[in-house]
Design a protein around this ligand. Structure first.
Ligand code: ATP
Ligand code: MG
Length: 473
């Protein structure tokens, strides 16, 4: 479980100062990795990664002596977890990595190396800095940073640069290229050209990363403050094609006069315009997957994308299924993709608005979530039109007010349930019942006032009679 370093840097230095005292001065206790990077960026919220010169057994003995609870979470990798004011903090002995054989993890680790060697095994220069705990509370803490690879300079320049030779580092561990794109998205950073150039040459190693890990990284990338930066890097480096080849045809897929961006650029703009939350970001990324495959030219030479939503749903389902995402996320994303093309306008009557609500309800898509994608879809144009945005908000308001009157939207909202309908018509159940309910719902969406037992019973008898007639014809 990652521990969150909430609160102020002062709080952090107080809590960690206590640990420093418990472990004694020769422990060489330092904050490393993301926590140092984020402190320099004035960005809080990540976890604390600590490193020490002590071997894990010594960390355990000294921490226990000071009355701390200690859990040997990963002794073979040199990691011990200590509970500080109820929160778990991982302390790892400075270590060097042995040979990487499987393209993901070292076969062995060497404990008790120098701090510099520990930093050298880390992925990017901005992640390869250490801050001694004893310096944390000082005003001149920056001067005490251990920064052998120029991490601070890269941080200032907004660059992700592999520590050492990127080709070798990406050969060792195929996850690193994806992490680089993820950090670029989270931090809004660029990639140093040599680091970027190495990725296409190491795609075979990247391909070995488990899909669960890929999904975790992709999720973080998509929810990053500058997700399009990460997505562009995936596209340019070829990583996109490993896990999400369905997105490739969007690049250069020219749209019609309503869309001045190609489908890929439009997708990036929609991702940027939607709140940074997984369901919304995935739906934004995948909503137009079906466009290239459904493109046709009308008599006037304009491109059309009839039925692209259904194709988007199918392709998005394949893509997300491969990434083994949870059922809940899958259904929420596909529901949004399925209905993203609905465009309510002032010409829509209330019945049409209720039908939209019914479709959303049927797929358990909350109106406000749907509205976020619609809104971002409108804003994701080269020149978003004020008028369109305004019209959408007006119509949304009308639909919201209709929804507040709680009109019947699904079969279970009907004033007669299945058993009652069978009783009223004196017929045993069968496929006819579902058809009848669909018919009644249709009537009720048109005229909510008929949703009472008497009217429904009458409509049901009429329907039955017309069905019988049809059967005789
Ligand atoms: P965040 O926790 O904000 O996602 P982080 O930089 O702390 O970012 P972690 O995955 O928590 O990332 O890893 C902690 C540190 O361990 C990193 O900063 C980096 O120094 C090192 N690290 C993590 N994964 C790798 C890897 N695959 N290769 C090399 N070093 C790594
Ligand atoms: Mg971390």
């Amino acid at each position: 479980m990652p521990n969150q370093c909430e609160g102020t840097p002062e709080n952090a230095s107080r809590i960690l100062g206590f640990l420093q005292e418990a472990l004694e001065p020769d422990a060489g206790l330092v904050l490393v990795g993301g926590a140092v990077r984020d402190r320099l960026l004035g960005r809080g919220g990540g976890d604390w990664d600590l490193a020490t010169a002590l071997l894990p057994e010594a960390v355990m003995a000294r921490a226990k002596k000071a009355g701390l609870r200690v859990i040997p979470t990963g002794l073979q990798h040199g990691t011990v977890t200590v509970l500080l004011e109820g929160r778990p903090v991982e302390i790892t002995t400075y270590r060097g990595d042995g040979t990487y054989l499987d393209g993901r993890r070292p076969e062995s680790v060497r404990l008790g190396v120098a701090l510099e060697e520990d930093l050298a095994r880390r992925d990017f220069t901005v992640n390869a800095m250490a801050l001694p705990i004893e310096a944390m509370g000082r005003s001149d803490w920056r001067e005490h940073l251990v920064d052998p690879f120029g991490g601070q300079a890269d941080l200032e320049a907004g660059l992700l640069r592999a520590v050492g030779d990127p080709l070798a580092r990406f050969q060792e561990d195929g996850l690193r290229p994806l992490r680089a794109c993820r950090f670029a998205a989270q931090l809004g950073f660029g990639m140093e050209p040599g680091t970027l150039a190495a990725i296409p040459q190491r795609l075979e190693v990247a391909q070995k990363v488990s899909v669960e890990r890929v999904f975790q990284e992709m999720n973080k990338l998509l929810c990053g403050k500058d997700a399009p930066v990460g997505l562009r890097l995936l596209e340019r480096s070829g990583l996109l094609d490993l896990w999400m080849p369905e997105l490739r045809p969007l690049v250069g897929c020219v749209q019609n006069r309503y869309h001045d961006l190609d489908a890929w650029e439009h997708t990036l703009a929609v991702v940027a315009a939607i709140p940074a939350e997984p369901v919304l970001r995935w739906a934004a990324l995948l909503h137009d997957l079906g466009k290239p495959g459904s493109r046709s030219l009308g008599p006037d030479g304009a491109a059309h994308f009839f039925g692209h939503e259904a194709l988007s749903v199918r392709l998005a389902g394949n893509l997300l299924g491969r990434l083994k995402i949870s059922r809940a996320l899958l259904e929420a994303v596909l529901g949004l993709v399925r209905h993203h093309g609905q465009r309510p306008s002032a010409q829509w009557g209330n019945a049409a608005c209720r039908r939209l609500l019914a479709r959303l309800e049927g797929d358990k898509v909350p109106l406000d979530t749907w509205a976020e994608l619609r809104r971002a879809d409108i804003r994701g144009r080269k020149e978003p039109s004020e008028a369109m945005q305004q019209e959408f908000e007006t119509e949304l308001q009308r639909i919201r007010q209709l929804a507040e009157t709680k009109p019947p939207l699904v079969a279970r909202d009907l004033a007669l349930n299945g058993t009652e309908l069978m009783d009223r018509l004196a017929r045993p159940g069968g496929p006819w019942l579902g058809q009848l309910q669909a018919h009644l719902l249709d009537q009720v969406l048109e005229h909510p006032a008929v949703n009472n037992p008497e009217d429904l019973a009458r409509l049901a008898s009429e329907w039955l009679a017309s069905e019988a007639l049809r059967a005789r014809e």
